[in-house]
Design a protein around this ligand. Structure first.
Ligand code: 6CS
Ligand code: FE
Length: 297
C-alpha cells in the first residue's frame, strides 16, 4: 500500500501562526470489533484513561537479550541517520526503525502479546508506523517535554486520525526518579493545537529537543488540572500501551540508572498516511513508514 492519494479533511488543525482552542477528539479511543487478550473491563479502562499497563509482558531473560542487542546495535550504528544523539553529549538518545534493524524486534512486533493488544484496541489489522529505542542513559539522558505524539504524526507525517497506539516496553527498570514516562490520564480525548509553523527537516531538531509542536503552558496547566499526572514505573519487561494522542513527557535522568524503553507504534491499516497536514514535506520512512503490509503473526 502506498501514500493515500486523496487529501482528507483536516479535523485536527495545528501548527498555526496564532493559538487555536483545544478540540474534543472526533474519533473513538477503542475501536473494538476485534477480539483480543483484553477483557471488557480492561478495554473500558483503556478507553477512559488512554493507556494500559502490563506488569510482566516480557520475562527478564527476554528483556536482557533485547537490551544487550539494542545497545550493541546503537553503538554499531553511530553516525547512521537512524541514530539520534543527545544534544549535550555523545550519548545515544534514540535508535529508530529497530524492527527492521533487529531480528529480535522484528519478531517482537508480531508477538501475540504485543500485536493482539494493538489490533484489539485499534479494531483492525495494523502495521508499524514507527519503532525506536529511547535509551535515556544514566546521568545524561535528557527528557522529552510534554507533547502528543499524534500532533506530530498528524502535522508532519500526514496521519489522518489518532487511530494508532504505542507499546512501550521497559528494557531497564523504570523508576520514578530515572526519567519515567509521565502521562495525563484521559488527556487523549482532547486534541491540543500547537502554535508555530513546522520548519523544513524539523525532525533533526525535534527528535533531540522538541520546541515546535509542543502545547502552550496554558493548555498543559488546564490538562493537568483536569486529569492529573500518572507515571509509568515498573521492572524491566513491564509495558505501557498508550493512545497516540495521550499527553506525555519525561524528566531528565541524573541517576546512574538508564531508563531504556523500546517503543513500537502501531497504526490501523484503515488510517494510512496522506500528505502532511502542517509541514513542508513528509518525514523519512525510518520515522514514519509509508510502504507497509498488515502485520501477520
Ligand atoms: O516525532 C516523533 O515521531 C517522536 N517524537 C516524540 C517526542 N515522541 C514520539 C516520537 O518518537
Ligand atoms: Fe512521544
Amino acid at each position: 500500500m502506498t501514500l493515500a492519494d486523496t487529501r482528507t479533511e483536516d479535523r485536527y488543525r495545528t501548527r498555526t501562526p496564532h493559538p487555536l482552542d483545544p478540540v474534543e477528539r472526533a474519533d473513538p479511543a477503542v475501536w473494538g470489533r476485534v477480539d483480543g487478550p483484553l477483557d471488557p473491563a480492561a478495554l473500558a479502562a483503556h478507553d477512559a484513561r488512554g493507556y494500559s499497563v502490563f506488569d510482566t509482558l516480557l520475562s527478564p531473560g527476554e528483556v536482557r537479550t533485547y537490551r544487550e542487542e539494542l545497545s550493541r546495535l546503537a553503538d554499531h550504528l553511530r553516525g547512521d541517520e537512524r541514530t539520534i544523539v543527545e544534544k549535550s553529549s555523545a550519548e545515544v538518545r534514540s535508535l529508530f526503525e529497530v524492527h527492521k534493524i533487529s531480528d529480535l524486534v522484528a519478531e517482537l512486533v508480531r508477538d501475540p502479546r504485543v500485536l493482539d493488544r494493538a489490533r484489539q484496541v485499534l479494531g483492525s489489522e495494523v502495521y508499524v508506523h514507527q519503532s525506536r529505542v529511547n535509551f535515556m542513559p544514566g546521568f545524561k539522558g535528557k527528557g522529552f517535554y510534554w507533547h502528543s505524539d499524534f500532533e506530530t504524526w498528524h502535522a508532519e507525517d500526514g496521519m489522518p486520525a489518532p487511530r494508532a497506539v504505542s507499546m512501550s516496553i521497559a528494557l531497564t527498570d523504570n523508576y520514578p526518579f530515572n526519567g519515567g514516562l509521565m502521562v495525563m490520564p484521559g488527556s487523549h480525548r482532547t486534541f491540543v493545537p500547537c502554535v508555530g509553523e513546522t520548519p523544513e527537516d524539523h525532525y533533526r531538531a525535534s527528535l533531540t529537543e522538541q520546541e515546535i509542536g509542543v502545547p502552550s503552558r496554558e493548555h498543559i496547566t488546564a490538562l493537568a488540572a483536569a486529569h492529573g499526572v500518572d507515571q509509568f514505573t515498573g521492572p524491566a519487561g513491564s509495558a505501557l500501551l498508550f493512545d497516540s494522542n495521550l499527553m506525555h513527557g519525561s524528566g531528565n535522568n541524573i541517576t546512574p540508572f538508564p531508563r531504556s524503553n523500546v517503543f513500537v507504534v502501531f497504526n490501523s491499516v484503515e488510517n494510512p498516511l496522506v500528505e502532511p497536514f502542517a509541514a513542508p514535506a513528509p518525514r523519512p520512512g525510518f520515522i514514519a513508514a509509508r510502504q507497509f503490509a498488515p502485520l501477520t503473526r
